[in-house]
Every structure is written in structure tokens, then in C-alpha cells.
Design a protein around this ligand. Sequence first.
Ligand code: FES
Length: 175
Amino acid sequence: MQTKAYTRAQAPQEEQASSLTRRNFLVLGLGALTTVAAIETGVAGFMFLRSRSLEGEFGGVIKAGEIEKFPPGSVTEFPEDNFFLVRAEDGGFLAVYQRCPHLGCTVNWNAEKSRFLCPCHASSFDMYGNFLNQPVPRALDYFPVSIDKNAVVRVDTSNLQRRESYSPDQLTYAS
Ligand code: FES
């Protein structure tokens, strides 16, 4: 078995070297943590500024208007923002995405037939976006709606909700 003997003069040098290594390690670790924190702060700031810059346009939160502007049983198109704001007969709101889930064509609202119609392959959807005939296998997607204390309706177009079919819990009501 081999052993290593230290002279009194050697021991402090080795301790010093070990201490330097530990110090270097701590400095490097702190540097890495600071870099990660700076990157995270930068990313969070960018996301915040991006969502602020998209406020009021597609990809952000759209102020649709006051509740009274939308009578029960109505469908209002927001063509530049790519959705229809549906107000159900019971007063609930639903923001239906304009893109057909088949191949992405823009659907139109036909008030006479009370249907969304896709011009590309003739699919149709009811007022809530439920598909009625093939080739589309599911409902039109939708965006979350919120209604603030001043009765202003907003649609969050940054948060598309995929769905198979309509259900009443997708409606938003004024509190
Ligand atoms: Fe709408 Fe094909 S894109 S039915």
C-alpha cells in the first residue's frame, strides 16, 4: 500500500490549492447562476413586451366592446381579428375561430341559414361551431372570453382552444 507523506512546508500549499479550486468552483457556479437568471429575466421581459405589443390585435387580447352591443342570439364578425363573437340566447359569449379545422379556409357566417359555411369543401357548422357535415371531423376552435366589471367583453386570441365539439361550459357570462 502506498502512502504519501507531507512535509510541514508542503501541507499549506496543498490546502491552498484545494481552497483555490473550491473558490474557483464557487465563482464559476455563481457566474452560471447569474447568467441563467439574466437570460430568464430577458425572456420574461421579452414575452411581457411582446404580449403588450400585440394587445388590441390578433395574437393578443382584443377589446370587442360592451355587452349591450351584442344582442342575445347574435353572431358578430371581427374579420381582422379572425373570430366571430357569438352571444347565445341565454346571454353567454363564445368567440369562434374563423379557420376551418379541415384545411384552414376562412368560414363565413350565413345568418339566413344560421350556419357557418366553409367555401372550400362545403362543410357547415352551427352557431356554436359544431360541425354538421363532413369532411370536417370536429368543431371550430374558440378563444377564451372575459367580461370585466365595466361589462366590456374581451377575447384572448393568444390562447386558441382546440375542441371536438361545443359544450355549454365554453360560454362566458357576465358576473
Ligand atoms: Fe373547410 Fe375543407 S377547408 S371543409
